[in-house]
Design a protein around this ligand. Sequence first.
Ligand code: DLZ
Length: 161
Amino acid sequence: MSGKGAPELSVKNCGDLRVAVIAAQWHTEVMDGLVNGALRALTELGIDEPTLLRVPGSFELPVVAKVLAGRGYDAVVALGVVIRGGTPHFEYVCQGVTQGLTQVSIETGVPIGFGVLTCDDEQQALDRAGLEGSKEDKGHEAVTAAVATAATLRSVSEPWR
Ligand code: DLZ
């Protein structure tokens, strides 16, 4: 994906939304960038007390997302980095986490921010990690998208006046 064409999202009146961030632990430097970007986005949105949970690897993100979605969170943000190696394992982990998070979101009706980088090499991941010198800030983007979606869902669930 090129990354071009991303919208400038403006999200208002969302400071009371309950948001959880789940972060995998593989590839520490990149993960630190993603987590910091996510927390910065939450602060900018006025969401002061997010829950932050760590899981071992990206494959573990969907099960935790599902449990949190069932515990009253308005949005969940999943962060991870999967880097291609020499075996087909990459495809299985990427497919598992992507399909798992999609399924959780659709089944529960809770928006899941998809902040999982699936990269050919470490440099691609560093470029997207929101670190100094990175071109993109995918942790920040994932939070903004999930909170914007939660705010949209809340606006349609209020009674019509
Ligand atoms: C096993 C594995 C490998 C090879 N690579 C990654 C990776 O690049 N990024 C990541 O988040 N997790 C990786 N894992 C771990 C799996 O996600 C998972 O934690 C293990 O298979 C145990 O279930």
